[in-house]
Ligand binder design. Structure first.
Ligand SMILES: [Zn+2]
Ligand SMILES: [Zn+2]
Length: 280
């Protein structure tokens, strides 16, 4: 199974990306949760421009990406799970959990450390919340998180197929949980025990610092509940809440060139630890 998955890696990645993107874009257009503030054409050209840029940069910056490194670790026998092998299914499940926890912790760190928040806040500066928000990350954040993921893969030695499944799943769930979707409340309540739902992650895109600093999960919702960062609802409700951060409120800030320089503009502001500017 592993060999077939790895041989078809590009087709699986691109096919699932385009498929899930099309489904989410159609679904959110049919049953939107919130009224849009900015036209799709304007926002999407910036957000999708950054996706293209990040894809090229990743290929150029690293000689090997996470799946390739996992395959190399299996061949050469480095990493915990290659040194002390477990049954394939167990190694597979443990790897998915470990990678998801690592991404959760990385996300918390990007909020907590002022210099890292400068990079990550570009993801939060989107003025609407839809499928393309889930793909919008500053190139330096993308490079840093790939470096971190490569470190986790080298130390853990997960099956290469688990890394591929994790990356494809994360890509799909990020598009799902950023979608401007209206899910029936009852379905959302059940679903958010299994996967991060759009309503759950929307709280994380609130302008209020206490809400921004909650619901860090991108894939599994359990880390937030276990580690005390879960927040069920935004104080002003899903339709009344303001999306974004205080710093970048101009529509012009959604342009690709302006997004790229956001880390250098202005103070780190009141979101990360030790930087509160007013009453909470
Ligand atoms: Zn965040
Ligand atoms: Zn987000």
């Amino acid at each position: 199974m592993q060999a077939a998955l790895l041989e078809n890696e590009p087709v699986i990645r691109v096919g699932l990306f385009l498929g899930v993107f099309a489904i989410m874009a159609g679904w959110e257009a049919a049953v939107p949760r919130r009224r849009r503030q900015v036209s799709r054409l304007y926002r999407w050209s910036g957000n999708l421009g950054i996706v293209a840029l990040n894809t090229v940069l990743l290929r150029l910056a690293f000689p090997v990406l996470a799946v390739g490194l996992a395959a190399l670790a299996e061949q050469q026998g480095f990493g915990l799970l290659n040194l002390w092998p477990l049954p394939f299914w167990l190694a597979f499940v443990l790897s998915l959990l470990a990678l998801d926890l690592a991404i959760y912790l990385q996300h918390v760190m990007f909020h907590a450390v002022p210099a890292l928040w400068r990079l990550h806040r570009m993801h939060h500066a989107d003025l609407d919340f839809d499928v393309t928000t889930g793909l919008r990350f500053h190139p330096v954040e993308i490079l840093l998180s790939m470096a971190l993921k490569l470190g986790v893969v080298a130390a853990l030695g997960p099956p290469a197929a688990a890394v591929l499944v994790f990356e494809v799943l994360l890509n799909a769930t990020a598009m799902f949980n950023h979608a401007n979707l209206r899910l029936p409340i009852g379905i959302d309540r059940v679903l958010r025990w299994i996967v991060v739902t759009p309503d759950m992650h929307r709280v994380h895109h609130s302008i209020r610092p206490a809400e921004t600093n909650s619901n860090f999960g991108f894939n599994l919702p359990w880390w937030d509940r276990l580690l005390g960062t879960y927040r069920a609802q935004p104080a002003e409700g899903y339709e009344g809440m303001t999306i974004g951060i205080e710093q970048f409120r101009a529509v012009g800030d959604l342009r690709l060139d302006r997004m790229l320089v956001q880390p250098l503009r202005g103070p780190a502001s009141g979101y990360p630890i030790n930087r509160e500017t007013g009453p909470k």
